[in-house]
Ligand binder design. Structure first.
Ligand code: LLP
Length: 441
């Protein structure tokens, strides 16, 4: 199923994850259910961490991009794997701190951080803020002056490389809500501006060129552009960047259109980036910068599956068969948003060969509420358990209570044991913050 043996089919013909039969999981926890394999996550953290150690003398850090999946347990895992995290909101920051994550290993991103979020980050001594606006820099400087502290920052740079799954484009495009553009000169002028700030320590630069990228060349190009920029500002402004954060974006397997990468494939990816970085540093005769990477999807994506129960089945002869499940766009909006592709398996009949192509529909009142379109399955029956694979990233983190459906709980499996890491919501949770004004009572 995937290359790290997270998923297997057992002797009963049931899908297993992390050594547990999914049918057993459903008996115990019900559906819909997010399931996450801890070993997979730890293996991925380790492969990035150890590659930096081995290939770059440990001169860098892996940050888990927690936007992919944020909950207390995931920060505990990241902490015990001795990696850092990036957060993109006060809520993610709160969750990380609540889990006891070391503040100095937290990087804070966002194109429009709120003043309250910035102050919260500074009060909690967050290691690095990745600045994405001049006004944000002013706020950081002001808060730091008031509180008598200094704040390390990186600047988010738009290097003019945009990558998509299997290709990249080089653009001089400045039309992005993220980053100071190299092409139009704003990147250089923000460096100049940062250097005037008394309470800010500018460490270096950040870029993130896209997500679900398989093409190594895109990352090499980003390295080249960022190193060229670093040298330009050194020569023209006398500022030497010591940190280079290259963001995340490594692709994962969703369907057989995607590569199935092993741990060592990801190590090779990172080594390619490191080699290019070393080559450029050597060429420019500058010290190797401290390397930061921010993988999210590749750490948790393939670690996760979602289990559903098949409900109604609608066959429109000659047109399409819809297999409806007890979830939908409220637990996974990625088809609705991006026409994302997935692989689905009948978890209780996993040895049976597919006989038809169907669309898996959700239960929301919306035609676009599809979990995955055109998937090959054996003829599904009401009551079957359907597993959608590679749902660990950007599913729970983008879930909603649309139609007042309950966001599914999540269990973490390890060594044949499963534990809740997100409890089931209740209907009472849905009305917890609702208020009836007096005149409506
Ligand atoms: N760093 C920065 C600054 C980012 O913006 C992102 C993702 C990452 C790291 C992590 O990238 P990853 O390794 O996960 O590809 N909701 C979309 C994905 C949005 C990604 C946004 N930024 C989806 O479901 O595909």
């Amino acid at each position: 199923m995937n290359t790290r043996e997270t998923l297997k089919v057992n002797a009963q013909g049931h899908l297993e994850i992390g050594g547990i039969d999914t049918v057993t999981l459903v008996e115990k926890f019900g559906t819909p259910l997010y399931v996450l394999d801890e070993k997979y996550i730890r293996d991925m953290c380790a492969v990035y961490r150890d590659t930096i150690e081995r290939e770059y003398d440990g001169n860098g850090i892996v940050l888990y991009a927690s936007k992919a999946l944020s909950c207390l347990a995931i920060y505990k895992i990241a902490k015990s794997e001795k990696i850092g995290v990036d957060v993109v909101s006060g809520g993610e920051l709160y969750t990380a701190l609540k889990a006891g994550f070391p503040a100095e290993k937290i990087y804070f991103h966002g194109n429009n951080k709120l003043a309250s979020e910035i102050e919260y980050a500074i009060d909690n001594k967050i290691g690095t803020i990745v600045v994405d606006a001049r006004a944000e820099m002013d706020l950081i400087d002001k808060f730091c002056a008031e509180k008598g502290v200094m704040q390390s920052i990186l600047l988010r740079i738009n290097p003019g490389v945009e990558a998509h799954t299997h290709h990249y484009i080089q653009t001089a495009k400045t039309d992005s809500k993220f980053g100071f553009s190299v092409a139009d000169g704003t990147a250089k002028s923000i460096v100049e501006y940062a250097l005037t700030k008394k309470n800010i320590v500018l460490k270096g630069f950040h870029c993130h060129i896209g997500s679900q990228i398989f093409e190594k060349q895109s990352f090499k190009l980003a390295v080249d552009k960022m190193m060229a920029f670093a040298v330009e500002v050194r020569d023209q402004l006398g500022f030497e960047a010591t940190v280079l954060n290259l963001g995340g974006g490594y692709g994962i397997w969703y369907t057989d259109e995607d590569a199935k990468l092993t741990c060592s494939d990801y190590a090779i990816y990172l080594k390619t980036i490191i080699d290019e970085l070393k080559r450029k540093a050597n060429e420019y005769k500058i010290p190797n910068p401290y390397l930061v990477i921010e993988p999210g999807r590749s750490i948790v994506g393939e670690a996760g599956i979602t289990l559903y129960t098949v409900g109604t089945i609608k066959d429109i002869p000659g047109i399409k068969k819809y297999v409806a499940v007890d979830g939908g766009m409220f637990d996974n909006p990625r088809y609705a948003l991006y026409q994302a592709k997935y692989t689905a398996v009948l978890a209780n009949r996993a040895l049976e060969a597919p006989t038809e192509t169907v669309s898996v529909a959700g239960k929301c009142c919306e035609s676009g509420d599809i979990v995955c379109a055109d998937v090959a399955l054996p003829a599904a029956k009401t009551g079957d358990i359907l597993a959608v694979l590679s749902t660990g990233a950007y599913n729970y983190s983008m879930a909603s209570n649309y139609n007042r459906n309950l966001i599914p709980p999540m269990v973490l499996v390890k060594d044949g044991q499963a534990n809740y890491i997100v409890k089931p919501q209740t209907f009472e949770d849905l009305v917890r913050n609702d208020v009836i004004p007096d005149y409506l009572k």
